[in-house]
Design a protein around this ligand. Structure first.
Ligand code: ZN
Length: 155
């Protein structure tokens, strides 16, 4: 394991153990529930939007370190973003973790902290753990009341 991977691992463990923005919002404007049956990861996501800007985010749930770390990192990433920006980041992140496009420095820079999760592309079974929070965000933003399931995703 190279040093960069080791560093990434530490960030994932840290966020998995001490998730940021863990809890719920008092008056969320959008919320959704997500479930990854493959691993048993479950989470609830609350968003507060002013206009089309996400000003507050919180999540709670139970799952593996990757799903919790991914949700935690996502909440930090989403604050201050517009809906369009959030969906664009989801798109980029999804592409990187499913297609393993991690060789481009520009791609990584665009993802910022989320780049710590790009290593999951080597572990197809864990990709859904990493993308669950984002599917849940997508459902929340599009006011879908169905539970976001990673089952819908082609693997
Ligand atoms: Zn998981």
């Amino acid at each position: 394991m190279d040093q960069i991977r080791e560093l990434y691992q530490e960030v994932i463990i840290d966020h998995g153990r001490h998730p940021r923005n863990f809890g719920s919002l008092e008056h969320p404007t959008h919320h959704a529930q997500g479930f990854n049956p493959l691993c048993g990861d479950q989470l609830y996501l609350d968003l507060f939007l002013e206009g089309d800007i996400i000003t507050d985010v919180a999540f709670r749930g139970e799952g593996c370190a990757i799903s919790m770390a991914s949700a935690s990192l996502m909440t930090e990433t989403l604050k201050g973003k517009t809906i369009a920006q959030a969906e664009q980041i989801f798109h980029d992140f999804h592409q990187v973790v499913t297609e393993g496009k991690v060789n481009h420095a520009a791609e990584l820079a665009k993802l910022g902290k989320l780049s710590v999760l790009t290593g999951v592309c080597d572990y197809p079974a864990r990709v859904k753990c990493a993308t669950l929070a984002w599917h849940t965000m997508h459902n929340a933003l599009s006011n879908q009341t169905e539970v976001a399931s990673t089952d819908d995703e082609a693997s």
